[in-house]
Write a protein that binds this ligand. Sequence first.
Ligand code: HEM
Length: 429
Amino acid sequence: MTINYDPFSEAARKDPFPSYRELRDEAPAYWCENTSAWIISRYEDVHRVLTEWESFSSDAMSSAILGIPPGVDPMKDPHARQQLSALADAMPFSLQEFAGSTTLITADGPKHLRMRNIANRGFSPRQISAWEDRVRSIVSELTDKLRSESSFDLVSDFTVPLPMTVIIEMLGVEPEYRHEFKRWSDGIIAGATGSGRAAGTATGGFAQAMGDMSRYLADVAEQRRAEPRDDLISLLVQSQSEDRAEIETLSSIDLVLFGLVLLVAGNETTTNLLGNTCNALLDHPEQLAQAQSDPNLVPGLIEESLRFESPVQFVFRRATHDVEIAGTKIPKNSFVAALIGSANRDEREFEDPDVFDIRRKSQGHLAFGFGNHYCMGSHLARLEARISLEALVHELPQLERREPTVEYIDSYLVRGPSRLELVRKTAVG
Ligand code: HEM
């Protein structure tokens, strides 16, 4: 059977799962021309790629986003240098600073561990649970507003503002920048992974969004250095100066890029988790009724939703040497795309994987990744999702979709509804 999988296609955006099954069955290590990557689709192999960091480097995450071939030094390759210059020109940093920078998500080994230890100071389970009351009050404000409307878009009225408000408050960013952040974050995601990228038309908006967000974060970091507050940016700025001898590699640009990673990684993903979960509940009213009558089922509902329709479908790695996966030889310096969205639907790992079942034991899903780079925001995402869904399971039974079909966001990397317009059911009789 010839497989012709294109992650940018309309069909893949609507429903990628039949193609994922074909990939797992027929081509578990598949060369994809459009992403110039080897797509790895079975659970066991995705797990291995995420675990063996010495063979599969995370530096590919930046190469993939910036459109630079893996293993190429952008300062030595004219095309890559030009690509990076276009971005650096829009940023408040020089090309040299930019080329030499790393983020938590793209670093490997000891450097990654050092950055992770610093960043983790703001993300321990204890620190995150301190946010519970605040998250509850934002959720209750948003739900009250929904209750007063006969129709609304759950995405723009709930799933976007919740994580955005939380991360903005955690970072210490002024609320009036909320809409700017959403715009920048959308621009970065669409520019990096949307269909415009395949057509080569997304570069300008992407650079502009990266530049605007970076300039803003650089300003805030400067302000917090002078006058620390009780927020995450102050914590990161302080750790930067306190531990300077030990972490001289965490430069100002690393700090700004970390803030940028948090905004993109923390917003879009949680928004999509909430949108995907509500969608699945609308499609499965009997399970919605169960979750409504027993709030103890909500944590299981969240894990099943993460497995069933993973908000992050792919993560990228670079093969650091020639390596064999699923019987296929993958040459050194190739892009390797670990298809989390498919691993979580692998019938070799999960029984009846295409069935959505909130009582299933979904442990072991890879929606938050695995190994060294396991999602640092998982406690926060689960907290936000639990509090939201404890409220939303009581709202959804009175609501239905305005349109039967769901539009998904323009990205093969992240998956979630772009809009979810709901209307109150009319009483019959
Ligand atoms: C449902 C919501 C979320 C999902 C599905 C998700 C998914 C992921 C995945 C798959 C990775 C691994 C990337 C890799 O291996 O290359 C990751 C890493 C990360 N996530 Fe999340 N994430 C979510 C929410 C959040 C939130 C709320 C934050 C922070 C506010 C966050 C911050 C991060 C960071 C900083 C990393 C990098 C960790 C590292 O490289 O060591 N995420 N996330």
